[in-house]
Design a protein around this ligand. Sequence first.
Ligand code: NAP
Length: 484
Amino acid sequence: MVSRVIPVDDFDLVIFGATGDLARRKILPGLYRRFVAGQMPETAQIIGAARSELDDDGFRAETARAIEEFAGNGGPDSARLEAFLDRLSYVPIDAKGTAGWDDLKARLREGVVRAFYFSVAPSLFGDLAEHLAAYEIAGPDSRVVVEKPFGRDLETARALNATLARHFAESQIYRIDHYLGKETVQNLMAVRFANILFEPLWNAQYVDHVQITVAETVGIGGRGGYYDQSGAMRDMVQNHMMQLLCLIAMEPPYHFDPDAVRDEKLKVMRALEPVGADDIVRGQYQAEGETQSYLEDAGNPESRTESFVAMKVHIANWRWPGTPFYLRTGKRLRARTSEIVVTFRAPPHSIFDDGEAPTPNQLVIRLQPNEGMVMTVMIKEPGPGGMRLVQVPLDMSFADALGPEGTDMPDAYERLIMDVIRGNQTLFMRGDEVEAAWAWTDQIITTWEEGRSAPEPYDAGSSGPEEALRLMHRDNRRWREIRA
Ligand code: NAP
């Protein structure tokens, strides 16, 4: 099977923060890969901007190093790399200053897509937006891409939305949640809405529960200061995990169209019930061998910030009464994995008399590593000896089904940047979605801040605190083992 690459229209993309970590690791290598794939027009322009005093060649040299380090696939092809670097230039600009804006304006072309990637701290969004408007660089057709964190609570998210709204219409704003750019996340929608098999069963009558796990092996490392102000709830649950929850739980949109999809996600967020203290477990990792404890990594011996959170969530609507959604995320866990597990109910009556009830079917949607889906089904164990049942996986991994091209998938950032150029907002968060997500998470955070309870300790390399296991055991359920 040959993958189809549909080229995007010609564009000028300005990356503010082009010398930063995100630009070096994700944005520039991703653009290079799309260029090599033939998706980017040969005439497209990428203009880096930051305070560092680089010239065009200096920026190209920095970018070449970043691509060698991060673009994968055994290193870049030198001819393609040269051709890509020719598309690049650089303007020194301080978001708060007046220098460089005229130069930037002069480099931009008329009649092509114009996009601005704000890969800088959110505190600079207002300055950038104001300068782009004042120098008449951004117009009503321009697009602006912003990164997480989008606020740290409802109030700050509203303020950021208001800042952007002063200069850009909602249809121009692309709020990135890179989880939405993952192949499997989109496949989840394909599986749900392009097949008749699943949707009739996709409700409380047939789904026993859903688990969403985002486990990391890394600690908070160099981000200690930032992370300690944030914690797992703000860093992971409010954005990535809630987006996954919404895609699993939402009603079928009337069309695969940005606002239709986002309207349905918003309805799920608004239907989330408040979570009681008994249904949440917070944790903090302990020192283990060479690795430091959370408190040491954070440099704050008094910290009560959680590096782990597990919770049981209910959605108050007609589709999901009584079906819990268990969310779990943490740092320094046993393995790095992100997956969603939909566990169906057991058949209502077993006709087989080997005494054991059939194991419920599970649909496991793996986001990383090895993106793919597995459905478990019961079959007869082959061979003589009567009717013995055995659970087997129906593997829907892309590698097996689609051949090598099926696995050479664009990284989430690549896909999302190309969507910006195409003007497709389906996989980006709308302002009201972000606010609804904060409204729900704020109320949980406020409750535990008022309670002043300390997070439960857990061993680095474990599955999290014992209490998180009990959260499911008390419901006669168990977490799927965290494994790579
Ligand atoms: P970073 O490494 O600190 O880079 C910040 C960039 O902003 C640098 O290029 C810096 O360059 C530039 N900058 C700082 N002050 C500026 C100013 N006054 N005017 C113009 N440019 C300025 O940060 P990052 O990790 O790349 O993150 C960028 C954004 O993405 C942040 O909002 C972050 O939260 C978000 N994000 C990052 C990641 C990631 O993996 N890194 C993941 C998700 C979200 P100069 O010093 O040369 O000006």
